[in-house]
Design a binder for this molecule. Structure first.
Ligand code: 4FL
Length: 241
């Protein structure tokens, strides 16, 4: 998959995209990430990328000309409006699992990292944009949200995760949070690993884990539990039978 990222701070992406699973995916040619410095498309002497908002008010607005020039370069080989342009913004729709999976099926993604008080609204009139928020908090810019999107999408590309790391057994594949995990040693600072996990009884372990996942989801994310397709067994486990 090719992912074009338009940003005022291309340096921020270097380590996030070089390490670990994303770094490996790029080296293996599964991910082709192209960073575009919006400022290089400004034509004035000072390479201005932001300006005061019309109508007054605090902060600055991302200017349309450098951004549009940069997007035109990115989309130059595409029929106009064909590719959706994802724009990170606290005003966007919330990112969720279904969207991430859908995007993983595309050949290309285009991401614009929002900054300042916002982007000149004409961006959305000129291009097929989709504003996306990664959560209800404000950041210093849209670069971290863009990295979050790249990371989440990449996990669903064939070959990116090794067999050990498969995306299928993960949280949200069945709509529940994961059960607690333990590893060696069996006793640490007086805290023992639940004995069922050491018992070797596979069916008991499966039931214990499923019950823990259900209880945890009910406690922390009742919204997820309400949406999950629960079996008769799940209902019995939740009731503590
Ligand atoms: C974008 C926050 C997406 C959350 C500042 C600029 C943001 C953000 N999700 N904060 N962009």
């Amino acid at each position: 998959m090719r992912i074009d990222i338009l940003t005022l701070f291309p340096d921020m992406f270097e380590s996030a995209f070089s390490a670990s699973i994303i770094g490996r995916a790029r080296q293996n040619g599964l991910l082709d990430i192209r960073l575009w410095d919006i400022r290089l498309f400004a034509t004035d002497r000072h390479k201005t990328a932001d300006d005061k908002p019309y109508g007054g008010g605090p902060g600055m607005v991302m200017k349309i000309e450098p951004l549009a020039a940069c997007l035109d370069a990115v989309l130059s080989e595409e029929p106009p409006l064909a590719l959706p342009v994802i724009v990170t913004s606290p005003q966007g729709r919330l990112l969720h699992d279904a969207l991430v999976r859908e995007w993983a099926g595309y050949e290309r993604l285009v991401l614009v990292c929002g900054h300042y008080e916002g982007i000149d609204e004409r961006l959305h009139q000129l291009y097929n944009t989709m504003e996306i928020s990664i959560g209800d908090y404000v950041l210093t810019g849209g670069e971290l949200p863009a990295m979050v999107i790249v990371d989440a999408v990449s996990r669903f590309l064939p070959g990116v995760l090794g067999g050990e790391e498969s995306a299928l057994g993960d949280c949200f594949s069945d709509g529940l949070l994961k059960h607690p995990q333990y590893s060696r040693p069996p006793l640490f600072r007086g805290l023992a690993v639940p004995s069922v996990l050491l018992s070797g009884h596979h069916e008991e372990i499966r039931l214990w884990r499923r019950r823990q996942a259900l209880l945890r989801t009910r406690e922390r994310r009742p919204d997820l539990l309400a949406k999950a397709a629960l079996t008769e067994e799940d209902l019995r486990l939740l009731a503590g039978l």
